[in-house]
Write a protein that binds this ligand. Structure first.
Ligand SMILES: C[S@@+](CC[C@H](N)C(=O)[O-])C[C@H]1O[C@@H](n2cnc3c(N)ncnc32)[C@H](O)[C@@H]1O
Length: 810
């Protein structure tokens, strides 16, 4: 053989040994001797992934006292010892017929596991799990089996060259596809991983001669063998190395439970292979956390009668094509995901994965309660991560508080401009949007305050803390949470029926400042929002309807709110008459009816003890949609808003001052529902308390009052005077920018769940046909002329020729 070829093969052999944990020098020394003994016959040495070499090294380690004899002693008798070992294993193979191999670290492909009885009729009695690509060392898909695994599993072969032959013949690197077996011809429902399908689960027929439950029946899924004495291993044993921490970054242990074909469970997304998380926490609480990108992940693992600890090689390069969130902390800051590196990966349902793992855990670890939930455990992991992170930031806040006095008295009564940041209808019918002031407390690492990105104020670095500003801790609120991750391909993270992409073509600001996407309103704390069915009287719903109420000859009871007529057309659009009325209310509020409440929540929040008289609230037109107590179907034409966003929308960066905005990527007809304004449901007082905490020039503000019916009730309780704040939690509605007068969206109150009008949905409908790529705008109703609000929220740049701000300035 040409020297260079020799060298290459030698290097490959040493590398393979290194991959499974052998010392390189030792491997070289033993290899040299083997070559001598076998007269450079590489076939023997390379067979079965250098089995001979591995065995010889092991023998060398066992039989030779290195202190005295060094490595030399191994060489002379290595072949003999190996042959003995082989004979032993031939016998053992009846009981331990499986092999496991791993992908070479440079291989982008995971080795595919097949189990195909007919492929290996003699050696493995039809029960082999064979990583196809990894069988032959020449194929560049080098695989590894830890020395420990080799010993424990007692892998069988008659003679190395024979297996080498088998390997080439039966398990070519590419091309062979194991035929899918149907469930019907698979009585044991044994899952295995189909070659070429990476992780796709298919059913493989079990050897009918092998009764389930024998030691050889290791792939039995339905009746796993119980091991009463199985101890939950505290840590994963890093086989082939002295401890876990000794492992190379290319190796990760995976624990294989008895009697199961493990499925591939990759590590949490974002944890790079080789990190402590991979090594140390790969199997927390006894769960399998094998790395899908390991090549020889758990699916490839051999299983024997005892608990197995296998070490598999991890590919350095990982391509994640599938990414599925499986658990999250309450507010979504920390998530656990499953990823796959294969394009044709078909993710099994998370429920089935959890079920399988839970079953295994219950069987293996008897200390688990029957109601043990893996999902809860995962969520707990996420939440603990958040809590621990919060603890450290709390410490920082404590430090800040020592320096900055709390100005609690600034709350409520002493504040001259209490409705900071709040949008509300003024007496003139317009909405007042009063600016927020940003406190200097709670400045976080994102340059924001308690999670709010603060871009405009130069002193927002957090070090120039002004004593004149209020410092009100709000540890309990999500604003202290870290910035949640966003997906530019879908900022809604799958919460909506459609994806909503995000794009910034102008600046480096990749994502909007802190906020967490929610598709439905959520109560922050004290808001009294009672969705109970009992509150909905029979006459407030259409109990006896069926299918689509819009097609029924007589309008259903739900039209009571809209004068016995549906607000929607058969095409799902808002009827012109209804729409015109809503537009008119927004554009010309003075022409519409107002109600003046006795104890106006707005005035009360300004001055609790001596509130001013109510400035009036516009009496709005409501849509009442059919809901779950109704007899009609979810597809009923009188259920539009509750079905959520269906249009192709995009969040895009408009300009520096305005920030982000929302646009449509498709043409929208007049009267089309676009989206809701979704946020946290706060009481008016909560909003007040919250907004005075963030005093000082927040770039954007997001609260909206739900005051459409405040005037109709004499004594509105605090917990019934509600608003929506989309600052921290919200949907795409929070990105809709303001346009004076001729905005292309109009907001309409929509009632679904509650018969009263304390709580309702605020839905945006198009006021006209909107072209694709047009920005969507909404008239916030800001009265720029209202001098009672000393600071207006923003300098309006709506560009409308009817701009109220421009008129005022000029
Ligand atoms: C509900 S948010 C809209 C989304 C916001 N642009 C963002 O980037 O998150 C309202 C804020 O957007 C900005 N904004 C909206 N309309 C504007 C306009 N016509 N001119 C200037 N700023 C505007 C203001 O800062 C306002 O407080």
């Amino acid at each position: 053989m040409a020297p260079s070829a020799q060298l290459q093969r030698a290097q490959a052999a040493v590398k393979a040994m290194k991959l499974i944990g052998f010392d390189q020098a030792k491997a070289k020394a033993v290899l040299k001797k083997l070559l001598k003994v076998y007269e450079n016959n590489w076939e023997y040495i390379e067979a079965e992934n250098y089995r001979l070499l591995a065995d010889s090294i092991l023998d060398d380690q066992e039989s030779v006292d290195p202190e005295v004899n060094g490595t030399d002693a191994a060489a002379s008798d290595a072949p003999e010892v190996s042959r003995k070992r082989l004979r032993h294993r031939q016998e053992d193979s009846d009981h331990f017929p499986l092999t496991v191999e791993a992908a070479e670290e440079t291989s982008p492909q995971r080795p595919k596991l097949v189990r195909s009885p007919e492929d290996h009729p003699t050696n493995f009695r039809g029960k082999m799990i064979k990583p196809v690509e990894a069988q032959c060392p020449h194929d560049g898909e080098g695989s590894s089996l830890s020395p420990h695994a080799i010993r424990k599993n007692g892998l069988t072969r008659e003679k190395a060259p024979q297996n080498s032959h088998n390997c080439q013949e039966l398990s070519p690197v590419s091309g062979r596809v194991v035929p899918r077996m149907t469930r019907s011809n698979n009585p044991a429902n044994v899952p295995y991983f189909e070659k070429g399908k990476s992780s796709s689960l298919v059913m493989q027929e079990r050897d009918k001669h092998e009764p389930c439950g024998t030691s050889g029946n290791l792939i039995c899924y339905k009746e796993p063998k119980m091991e009463p004495d199985t101890e939950v291993p505290r840590d994963i044993v890093a086989v082939g190395s002295s401890s876990n921490t000794d492992m190379s970054v290319d190796e990760v242990p995976c624990y294989i439970s008895d009697n199961y074909m493990p499925i591939a469970l990759p590590p949490p997304y974002g944890i790079p292979s080789g990190t402590a998380a991979n090594h140390g926490t790969a199997r927390k609480g006894g769960f399998l956390w094998a790395n899908a990108s390991t090549g020889a992940n758990s699916q490839d693992a051999p299983i024997n009668e005892n608990e197995k600890h296998l070490k598999v090689s991890v590919q350095k390069e990982t391509r994640f094509c599938t990414n599925t969130d499986i658990a999250s902390s309450i507010t979504g800051e920390v998530k656990l995901s499953l990823s796959s590196d294969c394009s044709d990966f078909r993710m099994p349902s998370i429920e089935s994965v959890f079920k399988m793992v839970e079953d295994r855990c219950l069987k293996s670890y008897k200390i688990l309660k029957p109601d043990f939930s893996l999902m809860n455990l995962m969520k707990e992991i996420c939440q603990c991560t958040v809590d621990l992170a919060a603890e450290s930031s709390k410490d920082e806040q404590e430090e800040a508080r020592k320096v900055i006095p709390l100005l609690e008295p600034l709350k409520r009564a002493q504040s001259p401009s209490p409705s900071h940041g709040m949008v509300r209808r003024s007496s003139a019918g317009s909405l007042d949007l009063v600016p927020l002031e940003i406190p200097r407390e709670g400045l976080n690492s994102h340059g924001g305050i308690n999670g709010i990105q603060e871009n405009s104020a130069p002193e927002s670095s957090g070090h120039n803390v002004s004593q004149s500003l209020a410092i009100i801790p709000q540890e309990d609120h999500a604003v202290s949470a870290p910035h949640p991750p966003h997906d530019e391909n879908d900022i809604a993270k799958g919460e909506e029926r459609v994806r909503i992409s995000l794009i910034n073509e102008f600046t480096s600001e990749k994502f909007p400042a802190y906020f967490h996407y929610i598709a439905r309103n959520a109560v922050y704390q004290n808001a009294h929002v009672n969705f109970s069915l009992a509150r909905i009287d029979d006459e407030d719903c259409c109990l006896n309807c069926f299918g689509d109420c819009l097609s029924a000859p007589i309008p259903c009871a739900c039209t009571r709110e809209t004068g016995g007529e549906f607000a929607y057309t058969l095409d799902g659009l808002l009827k012109a008459e209804f729409l015109n009325e809503c537009i008119s209310m927004n554009r010309d509020p003075d022409k519409h009816h107002h109600i003046y409440c006795k104890d106006c929540p707005i005035e009360k929040s300004k001055n609790e003890h001596m509130p001013d008289a109510c400035k009036g609230h516009l009496v709005r037109k409501f849509i009442k949609e059919c809901w779950i107590k109704c007899g009609c179907s979810k597809q009923c034409g009188n259920r539009v808003v509750q079905r959520g966003i269906s249009r192709n929308l995009q969040v895009f960066f408009v300009a520096d001052v305005k920030g982000w905005g929302l646009r449509t990527l498709e043409e929208l007809p007049r009267g089309a529902f676009v989206c809701e304004y979704v946020g946290e449901i706060l009481t008016n007082i909560e909003l007040y308390d919250r907004t005075i905490q963030k005093t000082g020039g927040a770039r954007h503000t997001y609260p909206v009052l739900l005051d459409a019916d405040w005037g109709s009730e004499a004594g509105l309780r605090d917990e019934e005077a509600l608003c929506l704040d989309a600052t921290f939690y919200g949907n795409v509605g929070r990105f809709v920018n303001h346009r004076c007068f001729d905005a292309n969206l109009v907001e309409v109150p929509v009632e679904c769940e509650t018969p009263d009008h304390h709580y309702y949905h605020l839905a945006f409908f198009t006021t006209r046909k909107v072209e694709a790529l047009e920005e969507l705008t909404w008239d916030y109703g800001i009265d720029f002329d209202d001098r009672s609000h000393p600071i207006k929220a923003f300098k309006c740049l709506c560009g409308s020729r009817f701009c109220r701000d421009r008129v005022r300035s000029s």
